[in-house]
Design a binder for this molecule. Structure first.
Ligand SMILES: CC(C)(COP(=O)(O)OP(=O)(O)OC[C@H]1O[C@@H](n2cnc3c(N)ncnc32)[C@H](O)[C@@H]1OP(=O)(O)O)[C@@H](O)C(=O)NCCC(=O)NCCS
Length: 254
């Protein structure tokens, strides 16, 4: 009895660690296989690079996206979505992504946020917008006064695949248009297939592809505007990084 109690007490954490370890391995394997399936060899290389310890180096590969903001965005009655503020903090927390102190910081710096809620008023998704500059890893993007940087689009896992993101963004674009915004820029990681698919529904288009390879002291950046066969490479110092104006407007966004 005593022996079995001891072995059980010892076995429980061992089993827990083994189970967690196995699910971690399964998850990583799943990430690698979907990167290979959805994006090909470059995707697999990026997914593998994602496991490098950050102090050694890291790679980023993303598409800079543009959404022209105008009067033509079509909003749907569901989900209920609006421009949120301090009074909506509880609903923003319920979305379940950024912690409360981070949400408060964003509101204090006057970032604009649009929220989608279920029929009980519980937050199920949000998207944030910033004016001025945005730093994406090593690249500082400088925006025009009528431009916004769209960031942290997030839909609660229970609600994904129901067009919450695209419908919420349509409401946001109408709201931003009323505030004089004419273009939203954002980035989407090439490995984030659901985000790329969702972005198509609200008229987002890739304008430039950016790849960075960074060590603790220096980095390399490759920038390739859409439609240009070869990208241009340049080197930069870290942590300073590089500064870029938001990509030129495409004809649709003029
Ligand atoms: C990316 C994200 C915002 C999309 O939200 P969403 O409301 O599920 O988006 P949509 O329903 O408009 O469409 C997502 C696309 O991916 C598919 N999809 C994504 N997740 C899915 C899921 N859990 N179940 C079913 N389909 C899913 C959809 O079928 C759809 O593709 P399709 O239009 O070709 O059929 C959401 O998956 C999310 O919050 N992900 C984590 C955070 C993130 O990656 N944010 C984006 C950063 S750029």
């Amino acid at each position: 009895m005593f022996t079995s109690a001891i072995s059980h007490d010892h076995a429980t954490p061992v089993v827990a660690v083994a189970t967690t370890g196995m699910s971690g391995v399964r998850r990583r394997f799943g990430t690698l296989t979907s990167a290979w399936r959805d994006v090909g060899p470059a995707g697999l290389a990026m997914a593998l690079a994602g496991h490098l310890p950050r102090p050694v180096g890291h790679m980023e590969w993303y598409s800079v996206q543009e959404v022209p903001v105008g009067p033509k965005h079509v909003t749907e009655p569901w989900p209920h979505a609006w421009a949120a503020g301090e009074d909506d903090l509880e609903a923003l927390i319920a979305v379940g992504h950024a912690p409360e102190d981070e949400l408060r910081r964003r509101l204090a710096r006057r970032d604009e946020v649009f929220i989608a809620c279920d029929e009980n008023g519980r937050g199920i998704g949000y998207m944030w917008y910033r004016a001025g500059n945005w730093r994406e890893d090593d690249v500082e993007f400088v925006l025009g006064p009528d431009e916004r940087w769209g960031y942290d689009l997030y839909v609660h896992p229970d609600w994904r695949g129901h067009r919450v993101a695209s419908r919420l963004v349509a409401v946001a674009l109408v709201g931003l248009h009323a505030r004089g915004v004419s273009r939203v820029i954002s980035v989407i990681d090439y490995l984030n297939v659901s985000s790329r698919r969702s972005a198509r529904h609200y008229g987002s288009r890739g304008v430039t592809s950016i790849f960075t390879l960074a060590t603790p002291w220096a980095g390399l950046i490759r920038e390739r505007p859409v439609g240009v066969a070869r990208g241009s490479w340049s080197a930069y110092r870290r942590p300073a990084g590089v500064v870029r104006r938001a990509p030129s407007r495409t004809r649709e966004a003029r």
